[in-house]
Design a protein around this ligand. Structure first.
Ligand SMILES: [Zn+2]
Length: 339
């Protein structure tokens, strides 16, 4: 793997688990923030409307953040974001490749790197779907090149909008208590292992710590720069927002939600160790519109009429949490609600 891709891979690994760690939120925010222009302009070229393009970009940004763990080793972050953008367009965009085709990221890699591959070239010659995918990705990389389109797209306004959105999700929570920062060691997941597995775990931990150290040092340096007073006076007190205290929450997979007439229907996979679940439904601004009682089942229905201010077609988010009694074990994070 070449160096640039490898470095990006390290950033992706460092961003995973951002749901429970402010330092990691900074990394994921940075990764997404660097790609806003490409994502927005491509969406604008598809919709020719600012609001819908912003909407689609937001959905793809969130999905990308929640699927960091699924990015294959050889795939670039940008390719992954591109796939999520296509998926965010609805069911038509979600069929990215058909059976018999190479994985989509191998196709898009052709536009990013000069990887000579006879097999891929031959496949593309004969497969319209993959050729179309590659063309679309090249168009995406070209910054949606038509200058008139860029002009019309009101990008300067859209970027403000999107940066605010990222700040809302991945910025430091303003309501968190202000205390000293916990040490890096405290923030590493607890290892409950014994015997020879401990040695293996040790090796993994050392490797992971290396990456984390590199990244947190980088972030700290930037914090330092940001906090350095311009008038030359000394900074008396540096306050830091503490990461959430408590057990690390696992990510819940297999969650889904849909609207069926007058009912919203949620379902999720059983979560090992959990004996109850909770569903929370939010507006796009993260106001809570509905919060379920603790649930034993792995699905839940709520009549639309019970939600405050539900508007069909507007954008919403939901979150599923898994608990053992009152102790939280897992969370889906914020998931965009598709209607
Ligand atoms: Zn194909």
């Amino acid at each position: 793997m070449e160096a640039a891709l490898q470095f990006e891979r390290q950033r992706i690994l460092a961003a995973r688990g951002w749901e429970n760690d402010p330092d990691r939120r900074k990394v994921v925010r940075e990764l997404l923030s660097e790609r806003l222009r490409l994502a927005y302009l491509w969406s604008y070229a598809k919709h020719r409307g600012r609001d819908r393009a912003v909407e689609r970009t937001r959905t793809a940004l969130l999905r990308t953040a929640h699927t960091l763990g699924q990015i294959p080793d050889g795939s670039s972050f940008l390719s992954w974001l591109f796939f999520e953008l296509r998926r965010a367009g609805g069911p038509a965009g979600s069929r990215i490749s058909s059976s018999g085709c190479p994985e989509p990221w191998r196709i898009t890699a052709l536009a990013e790197r000069a990887l000579p591959s006879k097999d891929l070239d031959q496949h593309i010659d004969h497969c319209g779907a993959c050729r179309h995918l590659l063309d679309d990705y090249r168009f995406f990389l070209s910054d949606a090149h038509d200058p008139a389109l860029v002009e019309r797209s009101s990008w300067p306004r859209a970027v403000e909008d999107l940066e605010r959105f990222l700040e809302g999700y991945f910025g430091d929570a303003p309501h968190a208590e202000i205390t000293g920062k916990r040490s890096l060691r405290d923030r590493l997941p607890l290892l409950r292992l014994s015997g020879s597995r401990l040695i293996a775990a040790g090796v993994v931990t050392i490797a992971a710590t290396g990456v984390l150290l590199m990244l947190t040092q980088n972030l700290r340096q930037r914090d330092h720069l940001a906090q350095r007073p311009r008038d030359g006076s000394t900074l008396k007190q540096v306050t830091k927002v503490a990461p959430p205290i408590g057990p690390r929450l696992e990510h819940m997979d297999g969650v889904s939600a849909s609207r069926n007439g007058e009912q919203l229907i949620f379902s999720w996979r059983e979560f090992t160790g959990a004996d109850r679940y909770r569903v929370t439904f939010f507006s796009a601004k993260l106001d809570t519109l509905h919060r379920s009682a603790p649930l034993r089942a792995t699905d839940y229905q709520v009549p639309v009429a019970q939600l405050r201010e539900f508007v069909p077609g507007a954008s919403y988010l939901y979150k599923i949490e898994a608990m053992r009694e009152t102790e939280p074990l897992g969370t889906s994070g914020f998931v965009p609600f598709g209607q």
